[in-house]
Design a protein around this ligand. Structure first.
Ligand SMILES: NC(=O)c1ccc[n+]([C@@H]2O[C@H](COP(=O)([O-])OP(=O)(O)OC[C@H]3O[C@@H](n4cnc5c(N)ncnc54)[C@H](O)[C@@H]3O)[C@@H](O)[C@H]2O)c1
Length: 429
């Protein structure tokens, strides 16, 4: 099939490469010229495991092309996937400007029937709005559908090749048939719903996962108070098949390009409908408070003051295996520590370049061991495997004050204490 993907960010680029891999003829379009120039050479501008190989492979098979030209991208396309960003506005509601702008550009170049598929995460009112924009700018026939994306950064290619489910939010049978044809090689249950149900499912999914994270973090405050271990509680809890293990990892809370903004967007959307989603506001509040809770632990280790203390942050991206710094927990944590007078050193395997855009006065290192020389505290913010494998004996020798603040509970408290560290975890001592 002839497929066009608008937006070549995390979702759009993976979608383009995976559709090419499934045998379709794909054009990926972006308004970012430098990104497209790089992509034409097979270079990707984000860190996402195995994505560059897949892109290069399908540039060679000629099933994947990139352009900034809407006319070229829309010409002959049967399915046009909109994968542009949907950032949060100041009040938390979703900002539709990129979705609307891309719909308008598609419409202005559309002279044949196509299905406009919204893959970006948008509230259910969007289908109608996109339809109206399209009608204003084209005489051609079209349908608007919604196929939300559930991939996770860090394992995006694998997730897109092996999705847990495919949700086709459609109104027209013709659109359903074309979308089924496009996805038929993927071995995943296909659910056909209305666009509204599909879009709400995406928000519900992220809100549920955010809820589980905030729930276990709230429980961790209690295990701290009674001297219990949140890891034990979470493991035992998750063995109940009605509950399951995933997303019950206590830590610094959630960040990234989806959970925070989608939670805020759902709260704002509900408010617009006259429903006060207090429950979800609390989930968000617990997540915000988690940084202060962690900082109170750090402060307790330096009773005089944090002034002049060197604190070394390991991990800057919002989660391992990505360089994405959007809503990364490292940002508010570092800014607050700096306000308290701490000198911040930092290391991340891939996110330093992106981190430098939002973090000032941080000394960045290219080696975790160097970042810890003379340090007064090792702070785990992102649970990269590399940090689990560090030689803590060597680190113990080079630090000025052997304190570990384990924001992701990656170390065993007993082991690190035996090595001479003071250990501060989340919900465990
Ligand atoms: N990143 C994730 O893990 C993830 C997972 C599931 C769903 N989503 C959703 O998918 C959508 C895209 O997210 P992302 O992380 O890929 O965003 P992104 O910011 O990485 O990429 C968006 C791309 O769209 C391009 N763009 C903006 N306006 C455009 C226009 N008018 N025409 C063409 N291109 C345009 C930008 O230049 C950018 O390259 C969002 O709605 C997001 O919530 C993201």
């Amino acid at each position: 099939m002839k497929i066009t993907v608008i937006g070549t960010g995390y979702v759009g680029l993976v979608t383009s490469a995976v559709f090419a891999h499934l045998g379709h003829q794909v054009i990926g379009l972006d308004i970012d010229k430098s990104k497209i120039n790089q992509l034409k050479k097979g270079k990707i501008t984000i860190y996402e495991p195995s994505l560059e190989d897949l892109v290069s492979k399908h540039l060679s098979t000629k099933r994947l092309k990139f352009t900034t030209d809407y006319q070229q991208a829309v010409k002959n396309a049967e399915l046009i996937f909109i994968c542009v960003g949907t950032p949060a506005k100041k009040d938390g509601s979703y900002d539709p400007k990129f979705v609307f702008a891309s719909a308008e550009s598609v419409a202005k170049n559309l002279d044949h029937y196509a299905v406009i598929v919204i893959k970006s995460t948008v509230p259910p009112s969007t289908t109608k709005e996109v339809k109206a924009i399209m009608q204003k700018h084209t005489q051609a026939q079209f349908d608007v559908a919604s196929v939300p994306e559930f991939l996770r950064e860090g394992s995006a290619v694998n997730d897109a090749l092996h999705p847990s489910r495919i949700i086709l939010g459609v109104e027209a049978k013709k659109a359903e048939t074309l979308l089924k044809k496009a996805h038929h090689k993927l071995k995943a249950p296909i659910l056909v719903t209305t666009a509204q149900s599909a879009q709400l499912t995406k928000y519900a999914s992220n809100a549920m996962l955010a809820t589980r994270i905030s729930f276990i973090n709230a429980m961790a405050v209690l295990t701290d108070k009674v001297g219990a271990d949140i890891q034990d509680v979470a493991e035992a809890l998750g063995l109940d098949p009605r509950i399951g293990q995933s997303f019950l990892q206590a830590g610094l809370g959630y960040g990234g390009s989806c959970f925070p903004k989608d939670t805020w967007a759902l709260i704002a959307f509900a408010q617009k409908l006259g429903y006060n989603f207090d429950f979800l506001k609390q989930v968000d509040q617990v997540n915000t408070d988690q940084i202060d809770y962690f900082i109170s632990k750090i402060k307790s280790a330096y009773p005089d003051s944090l002034k002049g203390k060197i604190l070394t942050i390991l991990g800057l991206s919002f989660k391992p295996n990505t360089d994405d710094m959007r809503e990364a927990r490292s940002i508010p944590l570092i800014r607050k520590l700096q306000k308290l007078g701490a000198i911040v050193y930092a290391y991340d395997p891939v996110a330093v370049k992106n981190a430098q855009k939002s973090l000032k006065k941080v000394k960045f290192f290219t080696d975790p061991y160097l970042a810890l020389i003379n340090s007064d505290g090792l702070i785990i913010v992102t649970e990269w495997q590399e940090f689990k494998d560090l030689n803590l004996k060597r680190i113990r020798r080079s630090m000025r004050t052997p304190n570990i603040f384990d924001g992701r509970n990656i170390y065993d408290p007993r082991t690190v204490k035996k090595l001479g560290f003071k250990y501060f975890g989340i919900g465990r001592q």
